[in-house]
Design a protein around this ligand. Sequence first.
Ligand SMILES: [Zn+2]
Length: 151
Amino acid sequence: MPDLITHSAFAYALTRSQRFDRFRVIFYLGTVLPDVITRPFYIINPHLYPYTVAVHTPLFMILFCLLAAEFFIEPLRKPVRLYLLAGVFLHLFLDFFQRHIESGYLWLFPFSWKTFEIGLFWPETPLMLAPLWLTLIAAYEAIRLLRKKSD
Ligand SMILES: [Zn+2]
């Protein structure tokens, strides 16, 4: 799991287009959702680990997003579904590059208990890069503000 700052930084980089203006927050929520609804339970009670592994899967997250969108008024349900799912899949895509000591994420749960990953980095690697992501975002926003003032 890349940390939530890294997940959010990638979401930030991908949502600079005006197309995201109305639902950017929903996309951000999707990018952190798989970890937000699993990690606290696992950290508080490590015995819940098998349950949280099942929740941090594409199938469960799709069902969760479809259900969550139903809490919005009818005209917003479809875009909320779309942006929430897009955020979740960005999250899972980044997680796919992580390396695990033991078994990794169960991408095809409950159809398969096999796990596979690209294994490009250890979990702590993105955490060490988090200050870099925040600095890049701050620099980008500062330049954007300066350009806006000069116009
Ligand atoms: Zn994750």
